[in-house]
Design a protein around this ligand. Structure first.
Ligand code: NAD
Length: 726
């Protein structure tokens, strides 16, 4: 079945409609490119056609390129990617020049795009090649170029055209930060031309009255100057100095795509438009051939979406949540109530005292008030969301709940009592979930009369911001409970991973050694900036010392004490001295305005603390940055491998997606398993063996990794098929 079809109306307007069969949203496929090219040629060559309108048969225009085919595309090698990209450019350039005489720019046919809704990626690059863009005033519509988020950049002329249309400065939020706009905002920004109730009718009317001058793009007209100045203009030069610094400041050079995009823009602006497209295609090819883009697309797009759609969901009927009881209205409970109510779920928010429950509900109120001030929500919506939350101390309000999420103090006794009290009132089929961050689910389930309905739903803080939810199955957790947790996470639009029960589950199991390794290096006399900056250069959003300050030193001390109690002699106490000293001296992190950093009155970081440095002096001989990086990286990825070996992690996709969304694991790498695959198992073993010798047994290479090195395997090679079949 065709992806693009064409009809001709009585006025001689050819309407090309994009309607990818079997999909709710259009994505561009290789077949689609061929079909659109053929229809464009046909319409331009048909004397009875006066102009072309390109629209969609769906309520959105398009979601972008079919990212699944990019991997396929890559199989053809750099030359194949470049040629394929140039074919796309040729198609859009043919549309843009629309049959006009190359010299006089006369004789072309008008081409307009009519967008019924969302237009993303190639779904916007195609309209940008048309002569005028109309969009419906669809409140759900998002207009933008999100490519940078999956490690690529707009490579179908979007980069070159947007920069020439808006200027470097104005285009940069859309290209570098993937800023999304409503149709109205997109008109204001100059990305599209008009909002029209019936965009197809408006586009047809425009096509019929367009003049020849209307069809010539500014960059194809004589005397064109890029808004804000080209790179060799003093103003333009300044922009590039700033943009370069901004990109390096944000990415620390770890992400290939932003740098490549800036090069495409810079070099492209010094040459004529068609050469600029060729330059864009070269840089695009380089980014596509970089293993980072495939890994990012795999984890942040394909696998993230697969997990959200239930790739690991047991085959039981729909478990959509109607009413959730949230126990404990503290920091986590308040956030859980907020995201649940926003998803249309009835919430009973319970605490020991009415004031505490009310305070928890007030969190939603102030969050929504801030949203109103930023025009992200309305007073009506706020009332609606708030009306779904009942703040109370009365457990009887849980009588018809179908899911409970317990977020009371991290204490086995308190949690056990709450479990018993709640189970006395809830229906038999209600699922009981705990948000514990450290206590084993199987242990907590001992307080339950029905451990098959008992599960862990582990949120990350702040709940409303963090995208990952870790679902933990206890030894007796049943399929219905797992499906319930997954369906709930889907309702609140977050990404789930499902893991088996073990100390610290998956995310914290990897984060804690990362933090400890950083802190341990300070005790060894490694300069604090070297520790954090080594992590930033790997693409981590914050270094381990800064992360410790953010999460608080006392939390670290609490976890250390609990771990020591549980592990006994096996506990490694190397970081206790510094952590306990900091806690005893009130250096509890950002909240105390003192930690590894000093802070000003307002809590703004000032620099690494002299007090800490005095107590733990830096040695004169500092390690190489790569050595520091290997320690920080291996501390995390070896835990991920061990979690897989121990069947805590059941699917490497979850390990990769969970790491990026849960603790910001170097997103350019695609996650710990993707990173190890890029590095190669043999090299990883070599690093492990070296670190075991120089730093200790904690870097002992897991048997699985050693086996893979011997066999020349990769994680996705060895476990990828299972992941696909799941
Ligand atoms: P918190 O201290 O802010 O809130 C706990 C709330 O539970 C308090 O309001 C308290 O009054 C209430 N509470 C205590 N006993 C109760 C009872 N018997 N009945 C009803 N309410 C009771 O703690 P928090 O940071 O929100 O953490 C709650 C849980 O979430 C803990 O298990 C914690 O380990 C887990 N968790 C915390 C984080 C985090 O970053 N803070 C992240 C993930 C998970």
């Amino acid at each position: 079945m065709a992806e693009f079809t064409m009809t001709k109306d009585a006025d001689g307007v050819a309407v090309i409609t994009w309607d990818l069969p079997g999909k709710s949203m259009n994505v561009l496929t290789l077949q689609g490119i061929e079909e659109l090219s053929a229809l464009t040629e046909e319409a331009l060559g048909d004397d009875t056609v006066k102009g072309i309108v390109i629209t969609s048969g769906k309520d959105t225009f398009a979601g972008g390129m079919d990212l699944n085919i990019l991997a396929e595309f890559k199989q053809s090698g750099a030359e194949g990617v470049f040629e394929g990209t140039m074919r796309g450019h040729k198609m859009l350039r043919t549309l843009e020049l629309a049959g006009m005489d190359p010299k006089t720019k006369k004789g072309g046919k008008p081409v307009a795009a009519a967008l019924p809704g969302t237009a993303l990626g190639i779904g916007l690059e195609l309209p940008l090649a048309c002569h005028r863009i109309f969009a419906a005033p669809n409140p759900k519509a998002k207009i933008g170029l999100p490519e940078i988020q999956v490690g690529i950049f707009p490579g179908m002329g979007g980069t070159t055209r947007l920069v020439r249309k808006l200027g470097v400065m104005s285009a940069s939020p859309f290209l570098l930060q993937a800023k999304m706009s409503s149709p109205e905002q997109a008109v204001k920004a100059g990305i599209i031309d008009e909002v029209a109730d019936d965009p197809v009718a408006a586009a047809k009317a425009w096509v019929l009255q367009a003049t020849e001058a209307d069809l010539v793009k500014p960059w194809d007209a004589k005397g064109y100057k890029v808004p804000g100045g080209a790179p060799y203009h003093p103003a333009g030069f300044q922009t590039f100095v700033g943009a370069n610094a901004m990109i390096m400041g944000n990415t620390w050079g770890a992400f290939p795509a932003p740098k490549a995009m800036l090069s495409a823009v810079y070099e492209g602006l010094m040459v004529p438009f068609d050469t600029a497209l060729k330059i864009e295609a070269r840089w695009f090819t380089k980014v596509i051939m970089d293993p980072s883009s495939s890994a990012m697309i795999r984890s942040l797009f394909i696998n993230k979406e697969a997990l959200e759609k239930g790739a690991v969901r047991p085959d039981v009927p729909d478990q959509k949540v109607r009413k959730v009881g949230v126990l404990g209205a503290g920091m986590m409970g308040a956030g859980i109530a907020l995201v649940s109510a926003q998803a249309g779920i009835e919430v009973v928010l319970i605490d020991q005292k009415q004031e505490a429950a009310d305070k928890g509900k007030a969190y939603t109120e102030s969050y929504l008030d801030a949203g109103i001030a930023k025009r992200k929500t309305t007073p009506e919506k706020k009332d609606e969301v708030l009306s779904r939350i009942t703040a109370t101390t009365d457990y009887n309000a849980l009588a018809d709940a179908d899911l409970i999420i317990e977020a009371v103090f991290e204490d086995v006794g308190v949690k056990a009592e709450v479990t018993k009290n709640v189970e006395a009132v809830i229906p038999d089929d209600c699922i009981f979930a705990t948000n514990t961050s450290t206590l084993p689910i199987t242990e907590l389930a001992k307080a339950s009369k029905r451990p098959e309905h008992f599960i862990g739903i582990h949120f990350f803080s702040p709940v409303e911001k963090m995208l990952l939810v870790e679902i933990i199955k206890g030894a007796e957790t049943g399929d219905v409970a797992t499906a319930k947790a997954l369906d709930y996470v889907r309702q609140i639009r977050k990404t789930p991973i499902v893991v088996n029960d073990a100390r610290f589950f998956y995310a914290n199991r990897c984060i804690i050694p990362y933090i400890n390794e950083g802190v341990r290096m300070v005790t060894e006399g490694v300069e604090m900036p070297l520790v954090d900056n080594a992590a930033r250069l790997l693409g981590f959003p914050v270094g381990p010392l800064q992360l410790t300050d953010e999460t608080s030193i006392d939390l670290g001390v609490k976890i250390a004490k609990a771990t020591k109690a549980a592990m006994g002699n096996a506990y490694d106490d190397t970081t206790d001295e510094i952590m306990f000293w900091m806690a005893d001296n009130g250096r509890l992190g950002r909240k105390a305005k003192a930690g590894f950093f000093d802070y000003d009155e307002k809590g703004k970081r000032q620099g690494y603390s002299d007090a800490v440095q005095e107590k733990f002096p830096a040695k004169s001989d500092q390690p190489d940055v790569t050595e520091v990086q290997h320690r920080l990286m291996m501390a995390q990825v070896l835990e991920a491998v061990r979690a897989l070996e121990e069947n805590v992690l059941m699917d490497i996709r979850e390990g990769d997606v969970g790491a990026i969304l849960g603790w910001g694991f170097a997103p350019w790498s695609g996650g710990p398993f993707s990173w190890l695959d890029m590095l190669g198992a043999a090299k990883a073993v070599e690093i492990c063996d070296h670190l075991t010798e120089t730093c200790g047994e904690r870097f002992t290479c897991p048997a699985l990794l050693r086996d893979m090195a011997t066999k020349g395997e990769t994680f996705y090679g060895r476990f990828g098929a299972k992941a696909k079949a799941a």
